[in-house]
Ligand binder design. Structure first.
Ligand code: ATP
Ligand code: MG
Length: 185
């Protein structure tokens, strides 16, 4: 509740950003993911995610005061994991969310290390992170009926960095902006 005389835009209210850490595809990988989205849409229908939104979430922070960005950056700086090859070879459907996605039949150990190290650092700094087991996936379709899972052409993704992203909700879906990148060794 705002105090009397204070409005939501009062300087006393620190600005906040909706934030998440993610794997962000290079242009060629993005094109391949987008082609897979088009193909899966032909099978399952729904709303295709725009090419510029395609990503894998590593840690979702949600609404975060902007003055916490330095703390978040320090958490990401502490992550020392290796670059890796991610093979996305499996389409999937989550009925409860009506989401169609592309994932990996085998999650590389470096991906597990990256997610584990990042979430541990965030938790250590006091951020609330998701304790559920992480399933790496690229959301391709929203509000889809799903169906039989078709065999798909795999997408090979050379993962050499991870990013911090800010998300704004607009009428036609989310708009994402990459704020910063961290290389993997
Ligand atoms: P919108 O919510 O506007 O429809 P969106 O879900 O793409 O669009 P965000 O809600 O900002 O945008 O989510 C950003 C990313 O974080 C997405 O990959 C989303 O799946 C993931 N995400 C959102 N909420 C959570 C959560 N509570 N736990 C884990 N991941 C989340
Ligand atoms: Mg959302």
């Amino acid at each position: 509740m705002a105090e009397p005389g204070q409005s939501e835009s009062s300087p006393a209210t620190p600005p906040s950003l909706r934030l998440f850490f993610a794997l962000w595809p290079d242009d060629a990988t993005r094109d391949a993911l987008n082609r897979t989205g088009k193909w899966l849409h032909q099978h399952w229908g729904g709303r295709r995610m725009r090419a510029d939104t395609l990503h894998i979430t590593l840690a979702f922070l949600g609404s975060t005061p902007a003055d916490q960005l330095d703390v978040l950056a320090a958490c990401a700086d502490a992550v020392k994991t290796d670059a890796f090859e991610l093979v996305l070879d499996q389409a999937g459907y989550w009925r409860h969310k009506r989401i169609g996605w592309l994932g990996a039949s085998q999650t590389p150990p470096q991906h597990v290390d990256l997610v584990g190290a990042l979430n541990a650092a965030l938790q250590g700094a006091g951020f609330a992170v998701d304790a559920r087991p992480h399933v790496p996936h690229v959301t391709l379709l929203r509000n889809t009926a799903g169906g039989e899972v078709p065999a798909c052409v795999q997408v090979n993704w050379s993962v050499s960095d991870f990013v911090l992203v800010s998300s704004r909700t607009e009428t036609d879906g989310a708009r994402y902006e990459v704020i910063r990148r961290w290389p993997l060794s």
